[in-house]
Design a protein around this ligand. Structure first.
Ligand SMILES: [Zn+2]
Length: 464
């Protein structure tokens, strides 16, 4: 059999235009000849796209050709075309320059009528697709995949994908407002009291991860986290909002604004409680000391227990060498954990200090004791540095409040590791990593489409 695919356009003037876009030939039916092949479908898409764009632009130019004031046709200054990349092939868009109508005394001598709609040289759908997938998988793979399944053209490669992704991220960055001042709140205290009862507390977990820097510059830290609203007061059916964020602290000029906008998008009010949790690292803490009249910062219980678990493990070595001492240290560590759980930090610190002194008696003669002594000293410093951020975890637990952001660990992995570090020999500049984090978190939060819709209002219209 022979199959001919023809496309027909019906213009506003009622005139039909036809073009044969594909002809197919089939002999005997086999599994692999059933329906269209990928190659044929690409050819079909490419031809239809080419025809459709030509018709659309021709109609638009014809409509604009007459002067909107006197109806005379604009005189042609020169012809021109602009190559626009689309998912269905690069298309040549006629892009002429016309003279200003003589009826108009003012304004530039000539103009391009396409300026009213033509933005850049990549279609919105293509830019979206490149940005979305480049946020999830390596740039070169995105190019390979697009080329394999769509007639995007041979000029698509890893480098162009990276550039397009970064252009999208830069645009998002430009739309972010100015950095917020420390402790800059909107409204006044009496105004906050009049706000409706806020939703459940927002917990923001923050953590850091490392990525490999370009040019053998070692590693640098990226901050990532997740913000979770405990519950919605109004709409019980609505799933509580959880959104992740990330940035490169040594590059980002607006970390406070960034987090602020994220929390605002989750419905944060000035009178809402915001709890920050982290492992207590200084750089992570810096991010959160500012934001909100009702924000507090807590050390994450999860990180405390992790460190204690490591200490207990080291104690096992000591226990083999000196059973009595080892058992005693293990017991003391257990009671320190108990004290910390109840927020009794001064007592916990006292015990740590005396444990350090005890261990220092053995450390000269015993390698395991020295190891535990060092670990205890580190832990003591850690607790001392963070003592003001240690709540009564037991109380919080009983009241059903969050004491840990173990969920942030997986967020860090989700936001940072796989794409940036693991198994990938990829090296990053501060800017490159920061920009990728912006599109990546937006993809993970399912917000990229909405962002594109702001820029291109008719992009993927939502069903009414
Ligand atoms: Zn005119």
């Amino acid at each position: 059999m022979n199959l001919r695919v023809e496309v027909v356009s019906m213009g506003a003037d009622g005139i039909e235009q036809r073009r044969q876009v594909l002809s197919l030939e089939r002999q005997e039916l086999a599994m692999e000849t059933l329906g269209m092949s990928l190659v044929e479908s690409k050819a079909l898409l490419e031809s239809v796209q080419d025809f459709m764009v030509a018709q659309q632009v021709a109609e638009d130019l014809e409509r604009r050709r007459a002067c909107s004031h006197c109806g005379r046709r604009h005189a042609m200054k020169d012809f021109g075309t602009t190559l626009v990349k689309t998912l269905f092939g690069p298309v040549n868009v006629p892009n002429p320059r016309w003279h200003r109508c003589p009826c108009q005394p003012e304004g530039p001598q000539t103009f391009r009528p396409t300026n009213t709609w033509l933005q850049g040289t990549t279609s919105a759908e293509m830019l979206y697709m490149e940005t979305k997938w480049a946020s999830l998988i390596p740039f070169a793979k995105v190019a390979d995949l697009l080329k394999e399944v769509l007639p995007v053209g041979n000029s698509v490669h890893g480098e162009t994908v990276r550039k397009h992704m970064q252009a999208t991220a830069e645009r998002m960055e430009q739309e972010l407002g100015e950095e917020r001042q420390m402790n800059q709140y909107e409204g006044s205290e009496s105004g906050w009291e009049q706000q409706p009862l806020p939703d459940g507390p927002i917990t923001v977990g923050i953590d850091g991860g490392y990525v490999r820097a370009a040019h053998k510059q070692g590693c640098f830290e990226v901050i990532a986290g997740k913000s979770v609203v405990a519950f919605r007061r109004e709409d019980v059916d609505e799933a509580p909002s959880a959104k992740c964020f990330g940035f490169v602290q040594t590059y980002d000029e607006k970390p406070r604004r960034r987090l602020w906008e994220l929390l605002k998008s989750q419905g944060m009010q000035e009178n809402q409680q915001v709890v920050f949790m982290s492992d207590g690292g200084e750089d992570v803490r810096r991010v959160q000391q500012y934001l909100h009249p009702f924000s507090e910062h807590l050390l994450d219980w999860f990180h405390i227990t992790m460190r204690l678990t490591v200490l207990q493990q080291q104690t096992k070595g000591l226990q083999q060498e000196r059973p009595a001492t080892g058992a005693d240290v293990a017991k003391q560590l257990e009671s320190i954990k108990h004290l910390l759980w109840h927020g009794n930090t001064p007592e916990a610190l006292e015990r740590l200090t005396s444990l350090s002194i005890d261990l220092s008696l053995f450390r000269e003669h015993s390698a395991p004791a020295a190891k535990v002594a060092n670990g205890v000293a580190d832990f003591e410093t850690y607790i001392r540095n963070n003592s003001e951020f240690i709540p009564n975890f037991g109380d919080r637990w009983r009241q059903g409040e969050r004491i840990s952001t173990a969920f942030v660990e997986s967020t860090i992995n989700q936001v940072v590791s796989r794409r940036f570090v693991k198994k990938q020999q990829m090296q990053w500049t501060l800017r490159g990593a920061h920009l990728l984090l912006q599109t990546r978190t937006r993809v993970l939060n399912n917000e990229l489409e909405a962002t594109f819709r702001q820029w291109y209002p008719r992009f993927r219209p939502k069903a009414a």
